[in-house]
Every structure is written in C-alpha cells, then in structure tokens.
Design a protein around this ligand. Sequence first.
Ligand SMILES: Nc1nc2c(c(=O)[nH]1)N[C@H]1C(S)=C(S)[C@@H](COP(=O)(O)O)O[C@H]1N2
Ligand SMILES: [Mo]
Length: 208
Amino acid sequence: MGFFQRNRDELIGRGFSPDRLPPGQYFTDRFPVLHVGDVPSISRSDWNLTLFGLVAEPRTIDFAELTSMPTVEITTDIHCVTKWSKFDTVWRGVRFRDLVALVGVDPAAQHVIEHAEYGYTTNVPLVDCLGDDVLVAWEYSEPGGAPTELTAEHGGPVRFVLPKLYFWKSAKWLRGIEFSAVDAPGFWERNGYHNYGDPFREQRYTHD
Ligand SMILES: Nc1nc2c(c(=O)[nH]1)N[C@H]1C(S)=C(S)[C@@H](COP(=O)(O)O)O[C@H]1N2
Ligand SMILES: [Mo]
C-alpha cells in the first residue's frame, strides 16, 4: 500500500470524511511554508493596501482602517498544489466582498489581480471572491485555537485567503487588489500552473 492510500486511511481513522481531501492530495498536520523569494518584513504600521483598477475611486487603506471593518473568523481546509492539504485552519480578517463594497467596483470588472510585496501576483475571477470564506486576513490559528498575529513567513501582516482554489491563489504579503475587465495571469499562472486551480478538479497545470 502506498503513501497516499495510507494517508487517506489515517484520515478516515481520525474521523474525517475523505471527501474533504481532493484527488492527489495528502493531509498533514504541519503548516509548510511555501513561496518564491525572501520573506519581506513589513510592520503593521508601515503596511497598506491599495484597491485600484475598475473602481469608482481608488483607495489605499492602512492596517487600522482594515481592522476597523467588520471582522470574521473562518475555519477552512487549504490545499497546496505541491500536494499537501491542511484541515480546519482558522483565519480572522475582513471579507473580501466588504472591500468590494468599500470602493464601488464597476460591473465590467470580472477579474481580481492580487498584488503582493516584490511583485508576486495571482489572478482569480471576481465571482469566486465574493463568498463568505474569502478573506483579507491578519490572524491565524492552528485547528481549534484562537487566532493570533499572522507570522511573516505565512504572509503577515496581511494575506489573501481563498480556500476553494489551490493556495497559490492566496497571496501572502498582500499590498494591492486590482479589479480588471481583462484577465492577467500571475506568477505561477505564467509559469505552467492552471489559470483557475480548482483542487477538486485537480487543475494543477495549464492544460489539466
Ligand atoms: N506573495 C506570495 N504569496 C504566495 C506565494 C508566493 O510565492 N508569494 N506562494 C503561494 C503558495 S504556492 C502557497 S501553497 C501558499 C503557501 O502559504 P504558506 O506558506 O502560509 O503555507 O502561499 C501562496 N502565496
Ligand atoms: Mo502552493
């Protein structure tokens, strides 16, 4: 019996539904750190987020403004394209759709481009960003815990969290959100990864 089957059996043994594990993934209790380049160090007080593109008025908000908005906590599974999945991660932040309401997005905008420190970008359809579980988050906890400050290696001060797509679609060190009528494939999307990236359809690479 191979690693993936043993891992799936262990999952079932621990009382999880195996349906939560997308095809080709294994679950882990660890929280691997994955990114290109160095970990930037930005303090919460130096951080800000620019909302721009097809909006009524572009806006830059700082950490205090972001965190004064209605805050929500979600518990969710995350799936990395390198095949690890982690269950019941806890995140606290502002719903993405509340930021959409804040700037007044033009109906012609169909794509969201997340801009991170050092020029990392990733593109997602706007419609997929409007759900209850899509956050701009600054706190994290392991399963069952109370969220605390998101560490720099995991994207602090603030990162995007879009759990239903592979986790490369959740930019760490988020600094800008662009609303666009045209799609703009980001870093991994230009380097062979799928433009959409649904883990349950195993959309890992461009032609999957
Ligand atoms: N800015 C930035 N965000 C990024 C990445 C990156 O290279 N740069 N890597 C992505 C990938 S591939 C994954 S799996 C997750 C990993 O998040 P973690 O390190 O907190 O586990 O961050 C995503 N966000
Ligand atoms: Mo990833």
